[in-house]
Design a protein around this ligand. Structure first.
Ligand code: SF4
Ligand code: SF4
Length: 444
């Protein structure tokens, strides 16, 4: 087949640009994952996106043009890409330009949006800080291990403790929660704790391994300073189980057990080493709270009931290489345009809500970048520059560019986000529109 005969480019022109954000809803057929290229005519700016199959999905192109823009959309000739629709957002958070859809009830939309703003606007935020993405353990059920190509390659947190303390004190959250990776791998964690203003509640999840140095804690962290400290028990990684339990008792002797908790995932490999009952007995004897987490595979082939990640799709997305400048034009063919209506859904959990993530709950990564929610951290790491706008950093808390959002995000993906911060934000959710019944396209 002479591919050159197929060299065609699909062009779109958008006049009267309302914002730089252009949502392109597509369907991919023929491969689990592939890539597309958007070329901006005039400036020649080129952006490649990884795309995946599974119904309506979307990418958001961000133009630098003002007024109008002409775009070319290219894809690999071996796959079929249908452009379902194209929307120019009114503003960054106006996903799919929903506020202007005919089928969205404007009154309900505005009322519900304002209710979320009102209910969360004067509240101090909850901060979740991924102190470092590194870990001294390698648990096979760890979600960060699953995306290790993305997380483990990140730079380690070596920022000065004074910079972190000043940034957190300035934001003045109601709670600062340390997690990771393993937070105690940040060598100044105890010093940092001593520098955080007293009105900020502190809590932590740790694996309580060697980097949690008890003597240093006893010297530098006063008895009542920490709120809940949750030590997660990972039997496959613990070299000496008895020494681990001794360490727990030394900690609780010093700090008391009221604000200390043990937690274990009941993965078969864990319970083969420390049976659930052994842990229960230990905790009961020493008046320590215990949480046993049900083992849930992040991949749906390991646990089909959990709505987890499709492993083949995940592998494909990781593997897709962006097509090089040299071979791309010769492999492009026209994208098919379709105007298929969005599917109707009666499942409440799949309908979009206004969520105060990014305002009431903010997630900070090991480099100080702030994100709307846990899901955003994950997507942003996976899709980098090309993640959807509300998944991108809200600025950086160390360089002063961070600002809390002052309006809610529209979220339609909470049903598939195992890390949704619902405990903190769920009670503030409002439906996007009380009568809306469509399944919106998902990303990535
Ligand atoms: S200790 Fe926690 S962060 Fe570290 S590998 Fe295990 S589950 Fe992952
Ligand atoms: S995943 Fe959860 S916390 Fe994040 S935006 Fe959606 S509803 Fe909010």
């Amino acid at each position: 087949m002479d591919l050159r005969a197929e060299i065609m480019k699909t062009k779109f022109t958008i006049n009267n640009l309302k914002s730089r954000y252009i949502d392109i809803v597509y369907q991919l057929h023929g491969e689990r994952a592939s890539s597309v290229r958007v070329v901006e005519l005039g400036s020649g700016k080129t952006s490649d996106y990884k795309i995946s199959d599974g119904g309506n999905r979307l990418i958001c192109y961000e133009t630098d043009s003002i007024g109008s823009v002409e775009l070319e959309f290219l894809h690999d000739h071996k796959v079929e890409v249908r452009i379902v629709s194209i929307y120019n957002r009114k503003s960054r958070l106006d996903f799919l330009n929903l506020s202007e859809w005919d089928c969205v009830d404007k009154e309900s939309f505005d009322k519900n949006r304002l209710e979320v703003i009102e209910s969360s606007k004067n509240l101090r935020p909850y901060l979740q800080w991924f102190v470092t993405w590194k870990c001294n353990y390698k648990c096979n059920y760890c979600w960060q291990e699953v995306t290790e190509e993305v997380y483990r390659s990140e730079r380690h947190n070596t920022e000065k403790v004074e910079a972190w303390a000043s940034a957190f004190n300035k934001i003045n959250p109601i709670e600062l929660y340390f997690t990771g990776g393993e937070p105690t791998l940040y060598k100044d964690i105890t010093k940092l704790i001593s520098m955080i203003n007293e009105g900020i509640n502190l809590s932590m999840t740790t694996n309580f391994a060697g980097s949690f140095r008890l003597d240093k804690w006893f010297d530098e962290v006063p008895v009542d300073r920490m709120g809940n400290v949750c030590a997660s028990v990972h039997p496959t990684q613990i070299k000496d189980v008895n020494a681990f339990f001794d360490k727990v008792l030394r900690y609780t002797d010093h700090y008391g057990s009221e604000r200390f908790q043990l937690e274990m995932v009941n993965h078969p490999m864990n319970t083969a080493i420390i049976p659930e009952q052994t842990l229960r007995d230990f905790c009961e004897r020493h008046n320590i709270r215990l949480a046993i987490d049900q083992y849930t595979s992040v991949f749906d082939d390991e646990d089909p009931d959990q709505d987890g990640t499709d492993r083949a799709l995940y592998d494909n997305i990781i593997r897709v290489e962006n097509i090089s400048n040299l071979d791309f034009p010769s492999l492009s063919s026209k994208a098919v345009h379709s105007e298929e209506p969005l599917p109707i859904t009666s499942e409440e959990s799949r309908l979009p809500v206004f969520c105060p993530a990014g305002s009431l709950r903010v997630n900070i990564d090991a480099l100080g970048d702030a994100y709307t929610c846990m899901s955003a951290v994950d997507r942003s790491k996976l899709f980098g520059n090309y993640s959807l706008p509300h998944y991108k950093p809200l600025g950086n808390i160390l360089d002063g560019t961070f600002e809390r959002l002052n309006e809610p995000v529209i979220c339609w993906e909470k049903f598939r986000c195992s890390a949704c911060d619902y405990q903190r934000v769920g009670k503030h959710w409002r439906k996007m529109d009380d009568g809306f019944d469509k399944q919106l396209p998902i990303c990535g």
